[in-house]
Design a protein around this ligand. Structure first.
Ligand code: NAD
Ligand code: ZN
Length: 384
């Protein structure tokens, strides 16, 4: 039997991409498509009706240089009109001023409520574009095309959007679900290593929260992960997204279990602030996870061996497990200003076991301080 080449091609394409469907209030809401190129995106957008719509790619100055042309070529034929808005890369652009600049651009380009934004970039691009999509004309559609590991494994899923305000992170925002999340894993090849490994901390966090088998898999595939092997990345990102999917579907608006995703973030955010944002977010999360694992060990949830294994697991991924030049007392104080405070008690996330995180409101200041002292690097310790 002779199979026409087009049929073969579509067969190859079908098995190339992997897909997860996110439910919202138990109904299908949007798909996560994990691919190794931009090739399948045109068909996905066509299904969203972009042939009749204006489409604006919103990207940052680093990502635009690398991928704007390739993306435009891949999707030009399925958009009524295609334009690009580029903003300066970096967290400093995640502001209401940037949102205002994008609103103005969309007005000038004649965008109406039926049109679509594509967020091409890391978490900053996704959060900012999502926020504009949530608010422009009381809401228009947007698609996430995440290009950092942090954004692929974590921030592009779940519909949290927002901007920083007067130095307060993510102070203004909205829940706005994307119509589609499309990941091209190949773009991770150009991501600087430090950014890549910082994003890995969130992957590790997902495994520890809910999937002990995934945690074992990460240990076994350490080398391939560090080498950014595409097949390994595909499985890693799919499994990481599956954990986030399970949690956000159960609790889309963060009223309960979604808080589990904050494992490592109470201490992590405090260290981020104490260090004046000189460390990357994932690096602080790794330190926060070590602190949470230490408290879990002290509360006899984890064995000493499990605590030490979790701590040392970060090392091959170039993530810190100790920190110097901070004041543990100051970091403790900063944990109090974290948004996870509720009625004066911190909603701390601990590990009952590897792959099972729990919300704990009983963690004392002294326990946090002990954990901070545990991760505090003193030069004299190095010579013991
Ligand atoms: N919405 C959520 O649920 C959620 C969750 C976690 C974090 N966040 C937010 O995400 C943001 C951090 O995201 P991030 O770490 O992706 O930062 P980012 O978007 O600033 O990207 C990091 C850097 O990598 C560059 N870059 C991106 N993709 C690249 C690629 N493929 N090749 C080369 N360079 C590339 C960017 O230009 C930038 O300089 C924070 O603002 C944080 O608040 C949001
Ligand atoms: Zn995080």
């Amino acid at each position: 039997m002779c199979v026409p080449w087009r049929a073969w091609l579509s067969f190859v394409i079908v098995i190339m991409a992997q897909r997860l469907s996110i439910l919202y209030n138990k109904k299908p809401c949007y798909d996560i498509v994990v691919s190794k190129s931009f090739e399948e995106l045109a068909a996905e957008l066509k299904d969203l009706g972009t042939g009749e719509k204006r489409v604006c790619i919103v990207t940052d100055s680093n990502v635009g240089v690398l991928y704007e042309r390739e993306l435009k070529e891949a999707i030009r034929d399925v958009c009524k009109k295609l334009c690009v808005y580029t903003f300066p890369a970096g967290e400093a652009s995640k502001t209401l001023d940037s949102a205002r600049d994008i609103y103005r651009y969309l007005i000038e380009e004649g965008f109406d409520r039926k049109d679509v934004l594509l967020a091409l970039g890391g978490g900053v691009t996704g959060d900012l574009t999502g926020y504009v999509a949530a608010t422009y004309l009381r809401g228009i559609d947007y698609v996430q095309i995440p290009t950092t590991l942090l954004a692929q494994a974590d921030s592009s899923i779940g519909g949290k959007t927002g901007v920083d305000f007067d130095g307060y992170k993510n102070m203004v925002g909205a829940f706005k679900m994307p119509r589609l999340v499309y990941m091209n894993l190949s773009v991770l090849k150009t991501l600087p290593d430090r950014q890549y490994f910082s994003g890995f901390a969130e992957v590790m966090k997902h495994a520890l929260i809910k999937d002990a088998g995934f945690y074992e898999w990460l240990l076994t595939n350490m080398y391939e992960i560090c080498e950014k092997d595409l097949d390994t990345l595909e499985e890693m990102v799919m499994r990481s997204c599956a954990v986030k999917k399970a949690i956000v579907e159960k609790d889309p608006l963060e009223q309960g279990d979604r808080a589990l995703l904050n494992l490592g973030h109470t201490v992590g955010h405090a260290i981020e602030k104490a260090k004046g944002f000189e460390l990357y977010h994932g690096e602080c999360v790794a330190l926060g996870v070590v602190a949470a694992a230490y408290i879990s060990y002290k509360k006899e949830y984890l064995s000493l061996e499990e605590y030490l294994e979790i701590r040392d697991m970060f090392v091959p991924f170039y993530l810190p497990i100790t920190i110097e030049n901070i004041s543990p007392d100051e970091v403790l104080k900063l944990t109090k200003s974290d948004k996870k405070m509720e009625n004066d008690s911190i909603k701390f996330i601990l590990l009952k076991q590897i792959g099972k995180a729990v919300i704990d409101r009983s963690v004392t200041d002294q326990e946090i301080l002990d954990a901070l002292n545990e991760i505090y690097y003193r030069e004299e310790d190095a010579y013991e």
